[in-house]
Design a binder for this molecule. Structure first.
Ligand code: NAI
Length: 290
């Protein structure tokens, strides 16, 4: 199986979907971008136009390549057939399953469905699908154009050739792909959860401020501290991931969600994407570039 020349439908034009669309289009694919929120795919494309212009201005891309990349991205109001679908919608098992049922009615029999889920079991997501062997995890990291790693996650029913085709595609896009099994949090999020959890406990104990925690971890050699990283991920998504990993580990207390996180979500302080999280982003989220 070879996905190198595939037309790609990216579903969800939020933080991750927009980044995935950019990377796929830069690699030469025709990309359809869909979001259930009216206008969201168009808004994501407009933002990508600015990003690509910025890259061209810095000499990281020729102006022609920037134009051509943008021209390969088409916002679509409805789901449309493609050889590869990359799903990057809200982190919710039932909503993702309902989407896959809709997709199966529409897609050619040999089309691959890749999910960017951070934490939900690929095995569980495939339950109820007519062809569970075509579902695979393709877990990118944020921000997608900068982060090299892609976890290619196989559920119990995933066909090895499907996982391999997605693995090869990620490599072709300049990413470092790894095969992972569908265990809770896969590899990176399993390790990252306690990193966030300890920072959240320090905050709950009023032992340190977000500024102090981040400064310490950066000085210790991490590229970002946990609080600024949670602001980047989005507290709604991060809380959903925490809850999912907690549940999937049979409520192991090491993965207990935090009230601090819950409060930020209740307040709508979702991080960079909403203009406020632990920190304020008055001018909107500053672009993160290499
Ligand atoms: P986001 O909240 O920025 O974007 C999600 C988008 O999906 C929204 O625009 C929403 O309107 C759209 N959407 C929701 N339900 C939909 C449906 N049924 N059909 C079409 N569009 C729908 O979320 P983000 O951060 O982009 O996350 C998306 C997925 O990627 C989640 O599964 C998340 O766990 C995963 N992920 C997130 C990372 C992060 O750092 N934020 C990192 C890696 C994976």
């Amino acid at each position: 199986m070879n996905l190198n020349d595939s037309r790609i439908l990216v579903i969800g034009a939020g933080l991750m979907g927009a980044g995935i669309a950019q990377v796929a289009a830069q690699a030469g694919h025709q990309v359809l971008l869909h979001d259930s929120r009216a206008g969201a795919a168009e808004a994501a494309k407009a933002k990508l136009a600015q990003t690509l212009e910025g890259l061209a201005a810095k000499g990281k891309l020729t102006p022609d390549a920037a134009q051509a990349t943008l021209a390969r991205i088409t916002p679509v109001a409805a789901l449309a057939p493609a050889e590869l679908v990359i799903e990057a919608i809200v982190e919710n098992l039932d909503i993702k399953r309902a989407l896959f049922a809709e997709l199966e009615a529409l897609l050619p029999a040999d089309a691959v469905i890749a999910t960017n889920t951070s934490s939900i079991s690929v095995t569980a997501l495939a339950r109820g699908m007519k062809a569970p062997e075509r579902l695979v995890g393709m877990h990118f990291f944020n921000p997608v154009p900068l982060m090299k790693l892609v976890e290619v996650v196989s559920g119990l029913g995933t066909a090895p050739e499907v996982a391999q085709a997605v693995f090869d595609l990620a490599g072709r896009w300049g990413k470092t792909a790894v095969h992972a099994r569908s265990t809770p949090g896969f590899i990176v999020n399993r390790i990252a959860r306690p990193y966030y959890a300890e920072a959240l406990m320090l905050l709950q104990d009023r032992a340190a401020t977000p500024e102090l925690i981040d400064a310490c971890l950066r000085a210790a050699g991490f590229r970002m501290g946990p609080c600024e990283l949670m602001d980047l991920i989005g507290h709604d998504t991060n809380l959903a991931v925490t809850k999912s990993v907690f549940e999937a580990n049979f409520y192991d207390r090491r993965f207990t969600p935090s009230l601090v996180q819950q409060e930020l979500v209740d307040a709508g302080f979702l991080g960079r994407k909403s203009g406020r999280g632990f920190y304020r982003y008055p001018e909107g989220a500053p672009a993160l570039q290499a």
